[in-house]
Design a protein around this ligand. Structure first.
Ligand SMILES: C[S@@+](CC[C@H](N)C(=O)[O-])C[C@H]1O[C@@H](n2cnc3c(N)ncnc32)[C@H](O)[C@@H]1O
Length: 276
């Protein structure tokens, strides 16, 4: 196995272990949530769906456009792009569990003919140049071993004028480095760029950056809302997966809330491959 394939297999194992319970808690969206304030009472699945909508809305998708969902998780995000916009979506992930779950989810949806899921490494894509109108990287670039390489691949498979939207964590305010290190280790982040650095990475890959947002205070800043909402479903999930598995899941996420308030942000960026 080459270095890239070995790295992809390790990341896949990380998600194979965490995705089943994460999938249940977040309805197939393995990403962050968004709560407006303490009085905001929406469920965890709905708070997570807000991020799905916010990020995918920035792609400006039209019916029949082709989208690569690079690091697709267990499928709900790709299915929602097909349902909401009539787009044709190809989802890839390095987690075998997620591929299976996404295929089953698509089969139970009304848009099974618009979505496809397969095992694939976004560091080395098999698609020809210019294959897609749009690319989504929703909280997946964080796991790329080399940002320059993955962004070059995503740029290559987009048509001229095609769009990319991404969301991810960002380094915001200074704070205890050991807390940041625990957070990064828990999530297997190999780097934590600031918003300015994320913009710089996209520009260095050749993209024109068109939109960006930092909404960390409503994302990681709402950890109390997450705990409140997760507790609502705790017993139901313990009954399904077992106490031991749920405790292990909680243990695996130990460092997630380690950073100080506003130490880590959450950014959404949208960019375009220039027209010829
Ligand atoms: C935090 S999850 C986000 C999942 C999904 N985008 C969502 O919003 O539900 C990160 C995803 O990136 C995928 N991923 C990580 N490294 C990858 C790689 N080299 N190639 C393809 N997918 C990768 C993981 O398997 C996982 O599905």
């Amino acid at each position: 196995m080459g270095d890239d394939a070995a790295e992809a297999a390790q990341i896949g194992k990380h998600y194979d272990e965490r995705s089943p319970i994460g999938d249940e808690f977040r309805d197939g969206q393995l990403h962050m949530w968004y709560w407006y304030d303490r009085e905001d009472r929406v469920s965890l699945a709905n708070a997570v769906a807000r991020i799905t909508r916010k990020v995918t809305d920035t792609l400006g998708l039209r019916p029949e456009e082709s989208v690569l969902d690079a690091g697709c998780g267990p499928g709900t995000t790709a299915i929602s792009m097909a349902e909401r916009f009539g787009a044709r979506v190809t989802g890839i992930t390095v987690s075998r569990f997620e591929v299976e779950r996404a295929i089953a989810r698509a089969g139970a949806s009304t848009v099974g003919d618009l979505v496809d899921f397969e095992y694939g490494d976004f560091m080395d894509l098999e698609y020809p140049d210019g294959s897609f109108d749009a690319v989504l990287a929703l909280e997946s670039l964080q796991n790329a071993p080399d940002l320059t390489q993955v962004l070059a691949e995503l740029y290559r498979v987009l048509r001229p004028g095609g769009r990319i939207s991404m969301s991810d964590f960002s380094l915001e305010q200074a704070g205890p480095p050991e807390r940041l290190a625990r957070f990064m280790e828990t999530l297997r982040l190999s780097r934590l760029p600031s918003l300015t650095e994320w913009i710089g990475h996209l520009r260095a890959a050749g993209f024109d950056v068109e939109e960006y947002t930092q909404c960390g205070p409503r994302v990681l800043g709402r950890k109390a809302k997450y705990i409140e909402a997760a507790l609502v479903r705790r017993q139901e999930i313990a009954d399904k997966f077992g106490e031991a598995a749920l405790n292990e899941f909680a243990e695996q996420h130990h460092g997630f809330f380690a950073p100080r308030r506003n130490q880590v942000g959450y950014v959404i960026l949208s960019a375009r491959k220039p027209y010829r």
